[in-house]
Design a binder for this molecule. Sequence first.
Ligand code: SF4
Length: 270
Amino acid sequence: MTTEKSVRHILSLSGGKDSTALAIYMRDRVPNMEYIFHDTGKELPDTLDYIERLESYLGTRVVRTTTRETFDDVLRTKGGMLPSNKRRWCTELLKLKPFEVYVGDESCINYVGIRADEDRVGYVSHKPNIKAVFPFREDGIDYEGVVRILDDAGLGLPPYTDWGRTRSGCFFCFYQQKIEWVRLKQHYPDLFEEAKAYEKPNRVNGQLFYWGDEPLEDLERPERMAEIEENWRKVQERKRARRPNRPLVSVLAGLDLDDGPRNGCLICQL
Ligand code: SF4
């Protein structure tokens, strides 16, 4: 792999397992790598801890980029319209733009942690000075390879997987499954409350948006949470029956980390 001085080498971390494993994998291969993390200001404490642990392992600082306008500032300009799958302004303004601003006009190689067992494209900047490369794909590193890299480095999987969350990114990310909302409430009730507080009519125009198809006020009712837990458990049983050779690590964690294309935002959750 070339490391010419005139070209910058940049690895953008999400706080997820794949980009973290890639940082570990590239540490000795590209000594002048710049590691960056775009902090939306709404990250889970677990993600921030994981990034700090990675810094210790790498022996170098991960640059935190932020935007002048916070999530709440942008939300105000949008009249309280929460982001969603169809209105994903958050990724563009809080993740993609800071990346392009950070890179500027200099030539850069952008290292992306898409694995060999994944069939997806990922974020590729359209700026001509940014060239994306996919070392895991090139070197045949799959899900199990990523887990091995993380274990060998002593980091393991991101800490939020311990309580059943599958994704990095904002604690209120609309991509999370209902079971992940339930677990957010159980493990970070204050963050759940903060997410719920966004589901109020906008003070200026009265518009009301929800993070998902069900208000969090409804989802948090004990009987509804029990129902979500039960549905999730049945789905897991069916999946286990269909795939008896599922990797042990994901069985133990009760997670779908190894499932095919993930429903989510690649740049936030890689
Ligand atoms: S994690 Fe989710 S809510 Fe946060 S910026 Fe990414 S897509 Fe938007």
